[in-house]
Ligand binder design. Sequence first.
Ligand code: GLA
Length: 757
Amino acid sequence: MITVKNNMFHLATANTSYIFYINESGIAEHLYYGKRLRNPEYDISALREKRLCPRVNETSLSPQDTTLQMTNLMSEFSTEDKGDYRTPSIAISYGKKKIRTLDLRFKSYSHFQGIERFSSPLVQAIGTDQNTCGIILEFVDAIACVKALFYYTLFDDSDVITRRVTIENIGSDPLILRSIYSLQLDLPEHDYDFITLNGAQLRERHPISRPLEQGIIINETRKGASSSESNPAVILKRHNSDECYMTNLIYSGSHREVAEVNQFGKTHILTGINDSTFEAELDPSTAFESPEALMLYSNMGLGDLADKMHHFVREHIQRGVWKNRLRPVSFNTWEALHFNFDEHGIITQIKAAAELGFELFVLDDGWFSVRNDGTTSLGDWTVNSLKIPSGISQISKECHRRGMLFGLWFEPEMVSPGTNLLKKHPDWLLGDPARKTHAVQRNQYFLDITREDCQDYLVTTIKQLIQNGSIDHIKWDMNRHLSDMYSVNPEIRSMGEYQHRYILALNRMQRAITSSFPNLSIENCASGGARFDLGMLSSGTSIWTSDSTDAVERLAIMKGTLMAYPLSVCGTCVSPSPNYATFRPVDLETRFDVALFGVLSYSLNLTKLSKAEKDAIKKQIEFYKQYRQVIQFGIFRCEEKDSITYFTASSPDRTTILVLYMQKLLKSNCEDDILRVPLADENYVYRVVRRDDSAPIWDIGKDVRDYKKEEEVYEVSGDTLKWAGIKLSTRYSGSGYNTGMRVMPDFSSRLYIIKKI
Ligand code: GLA
């Protein structure tokens, strides 16, 4: 609901209020963002900042506005050269003198129901006229010839407010846009921890928490993708309080989040396109649209904040038939076979996969042209007829015949040297032809997908393969970072625009494919999780969370990822042990217990499994199917205590709860364990049992294998489970052993099933 009264704008979602005020000078002063206020209209004098005298030695907006010192004003946007010395959210240069001064003043506003669509192919959140509404505010600087439109959209059911900005050149000279952050959030204090999701390939999105102090923390990437290093989702968590905020960007390219505390202790948050890799030139009467960003608030802690965000992703980011559909259990060939397969080998795996209960078979890299290693063939998307003489449609048929969907791997944005595609279209290679060499990664180069001819070729090729091969699912990979940005595309006048144009092209390509094949699911991937963002989730069903399939590493990856993204979009995997990336041996049941939390897949050579392993996998898949509604569409929590990680997934009605107890390193002779379940409903009575994971599959040593796993069954009321917890069976501590004791070596787990009775 949006109310406007006496120049005060109150944007209210179910539980939050976002309030700003157009002051006497036409400046949008931000007043409050937090728990919903009942009648802020009556409290304007309480909410407004008192400015009876200018701060010493600070710049005032004008002689008439001496107390209006922009650098200390909570505002809806910051501009340059009028006394605001914080990081600007909009920066331009205009005309022959390239003036930078920007002084935008309020002109008008209008309401809308539903969403206001972008005119560019940028992806955006979706909503209906019933659950979504918004407001557009117009600000103008007639000297700098800039019109700025700020779009605020309210998603009541998730407590999310999105914002985006359009900048229009209303002059007769070119306008250079140097910064256009989508969202600015100014807060009056700075007693917050700034939590970001950082890492690298194989260790994506580990949460890092830093207290805000005077100065700037920047979370960013310049790589052309949202990156493994710095996810665009960031969180502010108030000290000693459950109050927290999250911002995120619905965008897959280079982004920057600024957390700045000024000299007077105010916080200034920005999120948007990374302006260090960006510059756009606008002709007269043309406009530039920023991507859409979002913010949300909770006074009930990070768990509640994540719940709201998960709801928003499922409801307002994801679309199409897969939006609310249960995700299938898949088999992926990559870690099972790498490039070493032929038609017979694939069909053998398909038969085995169908017998084990898999629902989707994904043929990963290596099926096309002469690709037998990572050096060649990207771009030549024709089947390798030496390996698969009967063609992709035959493989697909073999899957369908056995009741499985069929998926195929692509890396459409790339090209390998020496390919037919490059011979035919040397000018499609991204890079300045005047240079002899271009930067290379994984032996591959980018195609200039901003060119329509190149884009059309890729879309047509993929569509034909989908059509002719009856493909149900594609894994859309992207395995390097942008470099050598030079395009002959005449539409791109400044290469500062290239990264953004690239994302527009990517959005357009994915949309063209999904709109032709509405039942297709897209699993996005970028060397694992280097493009794990709301942009990719708008066209994709899920994302390959990481190339790290190591169960221990995955705990940290999932902990961070799930702070901002729901389990229904996180691809997980049971792969061979010891793990290829860490050499860590982890038993099959534990690998499953961890991979259970997400969209489950396996990537193991099925012909090399023992009967016991196959039996165990079959049971695991049945178990997953039984509980996947809870896993994929439930509520998630993560807690940690010493070397133990707890993952909890609960049905929204709290009648079924799964708890993972995962031990990393064994602490010798450790304290007793208590199983406390904060998500339990106090009014219910539950039955607690351990998942039957007694398959004798310990790869880790004879002595451990000799112990039978404990049986623990409890009937317990919800309040006991929530507050007192269950004192679990005694841990083996190195001396005596009695039946029923829990023997848990390094990297081992238990999975508790808790059901209302
Ligand atoms: C990337 C992906 C992997 C796999 C390989 C194939 O690394 O993240 O899952 O598809 O490419 O080359």
